[in-house]
Design a protein around this ligand. Structure first.
Ligand code: PLP
Length: 389
């Protein structure tokens, strides 16, 4: 008989019913240290009082009105995002996938309106992930995600991550509209793009009059120790997607853009019944109020350095299991010698949740407000897990 919930994910046999900070408790009372944070979503941990208050205050006021009307919480969040970034304008969605879809549409519309309707191609890179919609899987183009789903949408050019010669050649085509990249690849195995490469992309985009799109769905909102990952490089995109951490666990996404890139997005070009709804935006405002504070980000960087140091110690202690650490801020990857999914499983058995990624990496994406004790506990639990491999 077909299960009522089809196993499109490889689910662990763990059912959580409560959470607090970086910890989750199962229905049968076992506690787990959550170093996955719902895949970089629970940016401020579980049951965060400020987020609960924002959500319940809004829920007690008004849940939904639709984008046919002004939404004060949405306006406030857009103002905050613009205040803290390169962007002039913000479009709201419910998820990262929808944000990626919109970014692609926006780039193409920009050139259509500029009298260059043939500029429709989006350059993407191996290992990238932009969601599982039709455009998302066409953008990523990995057989794992596309097989069996019929013809891929046209209009995407796939290059190898780090192949600079191919990139320099590809941008010469008059059909290219944009380069789309994650400043730190998440699903691809926590691979940060070096600052000078982001600069190179910006220069190439400017030289050829094309747009630069950063997908910060996983690496944004304080995860790397800056509000957005690209800030480390000083390079700004024309369009940026945000989701996951901005909602702190509530479904919320956004596309941020410069006035120039967004100029084609007139009434009727983007719509979403729930995108930017009062509940999501109320939580988003609370998240931004906490994470955009420089003192909070300084703490993220301090804790990231501490965690990284512990992980390097762990790697040295278990050379048969781990080969190294990479990443940025609290978006860290343990490169594995043993099979990453076996280590994730050993982590469950020891009491810590981590997330596998491509390139035989396990991802550590803890809540950004974790404590020093949580870091010490993570090191102990991962050590325990590695000892069983
Ligand atoms: N883009 C990136 C970089 C992601 O990591 C993800 C999700 O993992 C997505 C897009 C899709 O976001 P969502 O799952 O919210 O639709």
């Amino acid at each position: 008989m077909i299960p009522t919930v089809l196993p499109t994910y490889n689910r662990a046999p763990l059912a959580f019913e409560k959470g607090s900070g970086a910890w989750l408790t199962t229905t049968d009372g076992r506690r787990f240290l959550d170093f996955g944070a719902g895949i970089a979503v629970n940016s401020l941990g579980h049951a965060n009082p400020a987020l609960i208050k924002a959500l319940t205050d809004q829920a007690g006021a008004v849940w939904h009105v639709s984008n046919l009307y002004q939404i004060p919480a949405q306006q406030a969040l857009a103002d905050k995002l613009v205040e803290h970034t390169f962007a002039d304008t913000v479009f709201f969605t419910n998820s990262g996938t929808e944000a990626c879809e919109l970014a692609v549409k926006m780039a193409r519309k920009h050139f259509y309106d500029a009298g260059q309707p043939d500029r429709t191609d989006i350059i993407t890179f191996s290992g990238s992930f932009h969601g599982r919609s039709s455009a998302g899987i066409a953008a990523a183009g990995s057989e794992k995600m596309t097989k069996g789903f019929g013809p891929l949408l046209p209009g995407f050019v796939h290059l190898d991550f780090g192949d600079h010669d191919a990139l320099r050649e590809a941008v010469k085509s008059p059909t290219v509209a944009a380069i789309m990249i994650e400043p730190v690849q998440g699903e691809g195995g926590i691979r940060p793009v070096p600052d000078q490469c982001l600069k190179g992309l910006r220069d190439l985009a400017d030289e050829h009059g094309i747009l630069l799109i950063f997908d910060e769905v996983q690496c944004g909102v304080g995860r790397t120790g800056k509000l957005f990952a690209h800030e480390w490089s000083g390079i700004t995109p024309d369009i940026m997607m945000v989701a996951k951490g901005i909602g702190g666990g509530f479904p919320l996404g956004a596309v941020l853009a410069t006035e120039r890139a967004a100029n084609g997005m007139t009434a009727g070009t983007h719509g979403s019944t729930y995108g930017g709804n009062p509940l999501g935006c109320a939580v988003g405002n609370a998240v931004m109020d906490i994470i955009a504070d420089p003192a909070f980000l300084a703490e993220v960087n301090r804790k990231a350095a501490l965690l990284r140091q512990k992980l390097e110690g762990l790697t040295a202690a278990h050379p048969g299991v781990f080969t190294g650490v990479r990443g940025s801020g609290l978006m860290l990857g343990l490169m594995c010698k043993a099979t990453n999914t076996d280590i994730v499983k050993a982590g469950y058995d020891a009491g810590i949740l981590t997330v596998p990624a491509a390139d035989n990496v396990i991802r550590l994406l803890p809540p950004l407000n974790l404590t020093d004790d949580d870091i010490a506990a993570a090191a102990d639990l991962l050590d325990k897990a590695a000892s069983t491999i």
